[in-house]
Design a protein around this ligand. Structure first.
Ligand SMILES: [Zn+2]
Length: 296
């Protein structure tokens, strides 16, 4: 019961943070403040009453239209709220379960708390970057660089906590090792994208992959480690290829086929989706892959 309450609370907090994220996603590209003025319709300026600003419920009650002018309120609003709410609940579920175990030590509880809060920050960032790249082809430095720094701190802290619960004599690794390993993972993942970008440029002589994608991969490696970032990359490229094939198949039946075939795809969005999947199920995916290839 307590577990369900705790997870439900995390889901509600996620809806609220998703709602705030929607404000950021609409105002950042226009260079507006996210604090003032109060929430308003972006086509008529009508200021929202509190009941028009409740995550998810208001969008459903208003049937996705502004009460003042009837302008459509995009699907992105409820989707972002739902995504952050669901992901935050997924982060809280293991931790609330751990809290109820009388055998859990203080260090284990701190490790669980760190994993939960870290997951919440990471998924909030990934939902933000996914939408910004899809809508604006923009992966802003103000999100990627702090995201990399936070992920680095998180990795060092998580590794320190996991070592506290083990007998100290059995370990040689220190926080310095963890810090170096994390920096190497960050550099390798970012470098991988820079390398692909350079090869692409050599062949095609124009920019195929942006620098933002390299920083996003570095961010994924900071939080998920190099293997987790590779899983995200593999999933993201696979998903992007599927969408590209879908667009090609659809556009061949259209008159403006050529324009459709040139549709630019937001690689960053696919990487973010891959990153969320990797964060939630990365370990079982890697284990299944190793079993399948007979490496393990
Ligand atoms: Zn309006």
């Amino acid at each position: 019961m307590l577990r369900i309450l705790g997870t439900g609370f995390a889901a509600l907090a996620g809806l609220a943070f998703g709602s705030f994220l929607n404000v950021c996603l609409s105002r950042w590209p226009a260079g507006e403040s996210v604090v003032a003025p109060r929430s308003h319709c972006r086509s008529c300026g009508h200021t929202l009453a509190w009941w028009e600003n409740v995550p998810l419920a208001s969008w459903l009650a208003l049937r996705g239209r502004c009460r003042g002018c009837g302008a459509r309120i995009g699907w992105r609003y409820p989707l972002v709220e739902l995504a952050v709410g669901t992901l935050w609940a997924a982060c809280a579920w293991p931790f609330t379960g751990q809290l109820l175990q009388p055998s859990a030590s203080a260090v284990e509880v701190y490790a669980g708390l760190t994993a939960m809060l870290g997951g919440m920050i990471l998924y909030w960032l990934l939902v933000a970057l996914a939408v910004l790249d899809a809508e604006q082809f923009w992966l802003p430095d103000r999100l990627t660089w702090p995201g990399i720094a936070l992920g680095f701190v998180y990795s060092v802290l998580a590794s320190w906590l996991s070592r506290q619960s083990l007998p100290s004599s059995s370990l040689h690794a220190t926080s310095a090792h963890a810090a170096v390993a994390s920096l190497v993972a960050i550099a390798a993942a970012g470098g991988l994208i820079l390398f692909i970008r350079w090869v692409y440029w050599l062949i095609r002589r124009h920019e195929g992959i942006g620098l933002g994608d390299a920083k996003l991969m570095a961010l994924l490696a900071a939080w998920l480690g190099f293997s987790g970032a590779l899983v995200a990359f593999g999933l993201g490229v696979f998903l992007g290829a599927l969408v590209a094939l879908g667009i090609l198949a659809f556009s061949s039946a259209r008159k403006d086929a050529k324009e459709w075939a040139l549709t630019k795809l937001p690689l960053g969005t696919f990487l973010c989706v891959g990153g969320i999947v990797s964060g939630l199920w990365g370990k079982p995916i890697i284990a299944a892959y190793l079993r399948w290839t007979g490496l393990h």
